[in-house]
Design a protein around this ligand. Structure first.
Ligand SMILES: NC(=O)c1ccc[n+]([C@@H]2O[C@H](COP(=O)([O-])OP(=O)(O)OC[C@H]3O[C@@H](n4cnc5c(N)ncnc54)[C@H](O)[C@@H]3O)[C@@H](O)[C@H]2O)c1
Length: 356
């Protein structure tokens, strides 16, 4: 039994199911017997993890900025639990498309919160934001949930705004309606099936598949890296507790232990040990894009209150991730279910709370 079996038979709306994290989450929920409704724009990459999985849940192609269409979906399917992951999720692209980023991440998120407020069946909403929601001060301690919101680039500030709107909806509406609403702030995630642009692991494996070199633009940037299943286990733990009416209607960090806050250079070095085809060159270029150098998360609140803990360290996460792509490119194999089974088995061995 996982997460006290609360997801079984629940109608779970997952926005962003054609994206990296959403495709894993919708698949996991589906496997646990939830009635999954995915709502997203069409998959934006070829290949695409959502399409490769061929899961048998309801997939709706739509835009979260389209309030009328979204309203029809809420009225038709009457979700019980909403996991909101749809977003313009790329920092660099947000410089090219600031309005699209703001409209999607702020207005689109507000549409989800507004419809979840009006829709009687909705009991729990989790808004997935980012570690980049914090005002970055380049400090060597992890940000905790009471640090200030901020954001230098349009993506980061849109996530800071999304947090403020979540807290306003909680205080103004959800509290009195007895609905639960929380936000989740995870760091950089890796895992099979991500083909987004301008992300280090997808860049490395795409080049490896065609035997090309990847140029590393910001080797010293330090981030909290984790396998995608780690924050997803955090979102599912939070959703379970909120469903049981724990008063956890606030922001939550999900990230690795301190040792796994590593530089990009360290990550690519370690990744290259798992596939001989990975070939990279450090080429530090000055670009007009600002990117934070130091970004870490303090996850003691989730560790202590939710009793949520990571399952794999970074080496195991890299092993699973790089081998996922290696098996895909070299043998046409999709290891998603195998990785998920192994993750659950390892979590059980560690007696993690969500496996009891
Ligand atoms: N990948 C990471 O390392 C990371 C780190 C921290 C936070 N996050 C957050 O997690 C969430 C999921 O990220 P991801 O890595 O899966 O991103 P992704 O880019 O792989 O997927 C984004 C999803 O959102 C959908 N989408 C985008 N605009 C939309 C719109 N207007 N209407 C409907 N759907 C739309 C896309 O179709 C896709 O399904 C995002 O909120 C992101 O900001 C990701």
């Amino acid at each position: 039994m996982l997460f006290n079996d609360i997801y079984k038979d629940k109608v779970c709306l997952v926005t962003g199911h054609t994206g990296f994290k959403g495709s894993w989450l919708a698949h996991w929920l589906n496997r646990m017997g939830a009635q999954v409704i995915g709502y997203s724009l069409k998959s934006q990459s070829t290949p695409n993890h959502f399409e490769l999985l061929q899961s048998d849940y309801t997939s709706i192609i739509g835009d979260i900025r389209d309030l009328n269409h979204l309203e029809k979906v809420f009225n038709k399917y009457k979700p019980n639990i909403v996991f909101h992951l749809a977003a313009q999720a790329l920092v660099r692209y947000s410089y090219d498309a600031p309005l699209e980023t703001i409209q999607t991440n702020i207005i689109g998120t507000s549409n989800i919160l507004e419809l979840s407020r009006k829709c009687k069946s909705v009991e729990v909403v989790i808004n997935v934001t980012s570690d980049k929601c914090y005002e970055n001060k380049e400090i060597s301690r992890g940000y905790n949930e009471s640090d200030r919101m901020g954001g230098h680039d349009p993506y980061s500030s849109s996530k800071g705004c999304s947090e403020l709107i979540t807290s306003s909806y909680q205080n103004s509406f959800y509290k009195t309606l007895n609905k639960s609403l929380a936000s989740a702030r995870a760091g950089n995630v890796i895992g099979g099936g991500d083909w987004a642009s301008d992300r280090i692991i997808p860049d490395l494996v795409k080049s490896a598949s065609t035997k090309e070199v990847t140029y590393i633009r910001n080797p010293i940037a330090t981030r909290p890296w984790q396998h995608v299943l780690e924050p997803l286990s955090g979102y599912l733990t939070l959703g379970w507790r909120l469903y049981e009416k724990y008063d956890y209607n606030e922001g939550w960090n999900f990230g690795p232990y301190a040792d796994d806050n590593l530089s990009v250079k360290e990550i690519v070095n370690r990744a290259s040990k798992f596939w001989e085809r990975i070939n990279f060159k450090i080429e530090k270029k000055d670009t007009h894009y600002h990117e934070a150098n130091l970004l870490m998360l303090d996850c003691s609140k989730a560790n202590n209150l939710l009793k949520w803990k990571p399952v794999w360290g970074i080496n195991q996460a890299l092993d699973k991730t790089i081998n996922w792509y290696k098996d895909y490119y070299e043998y046409d194999k999709i290891n998603t279910n195998k990785d998920l089974d192994q993750f659950i088995a390892d979590a059980k061995r560690k007696f993690l709370i969500w496996t009891k």
